[in-house]
Write a protein that binds this ligand. Sequence first.
Ligand SMILES: Nc1ncnc2c1ncn2[C@@H]1O[C@H](COP(=O)(O)OP(=O)(O)OP(=O)(O)O)[C@@H](O)[C@H]1O
Length: 249
Amino acid sequence: MSHHIVEVRDLCHCYPDGTEALRGISFRIHHGESVAVVGANGAGKSTLLLHLNGYLAPTRGDVRVGDTPVVRTTLPEVRRTVGMVFQDPDDQLFMPTVFDDVAFGPLNLGLPPAEVERRVTDALERVGVAHLRDKPPYRLSGGEKRRVAIATVLSMSPDILVLDEPTTGLDPYARRQLMGLLRDFSHTKIITSHDLDMVMDLCERTIVLRGGKVAADGPTREIFGNDELLAACRLERPLSMQGCPVCGR
Ligand SMILES: Nc1ncnc2c1ncn2[C@@H]1O[C@H](COP(=O)(O)OP(=O)(O)OP(=O)(O)O)[C@@H](O)[C@H]1O
């Protein structure tokens, strides 16, 4: 897997109740790109992300990571490459302590205890929660849980980082800290968010979903400068691109 390209071809997903959440999505993401996936509630963002490391299987179409198709037999390999931070941190945290949660992945890789300790300490420090390492995750605040959930993925040193709404519930300081962390992560990033200012700051490319289809895919600044497209997709310009409400400039 030299280039870690993520390729999605004609991806369709129909949930068991008949909801067609994805209706023929195709794109390619190259190594080192930072790509946002945006869209209104229900547009299909989380459903799309859950296919990137095989938590959901396509109804039609396929997903490849590098040379590897994402199928049941390749999941261990794919999940070492693609680190996924879920929308709800409670889906990610299930061990008795923060340390155990962050150590879970590295231990499963069979790494020696000293290396596990090093990775856990490093991941917790990077998200600013080293002081919480002995706490039970269910006793954490929402924002703390989110940061620990991110640490569980960082401790695996993934080549591709996939984050579903990573800034939700973070206070402004923690949001800024997370943005700095993500900016420093030089590998591929795929992020869904309603925080379009974060998207402007971190992602050079944006894919817009509408009704389970790709409505646009291009440079973030061009996408957010297209008012017709934004209105059709129930999106608004990021605050940083809106004029001053008082003077209009
Ligand atoms: N488990 C499920 N069973 C049936 N339908 C589902 C399920 N999960 C999601 N859906 C539906 O699939 C569609 C896409 O949902 P998805 O969660 O991917 O949207 P989203 O763009 O991530 O939305 P949001 O911005 O609200 O998080 C929606 O119509 C939703 O109601």
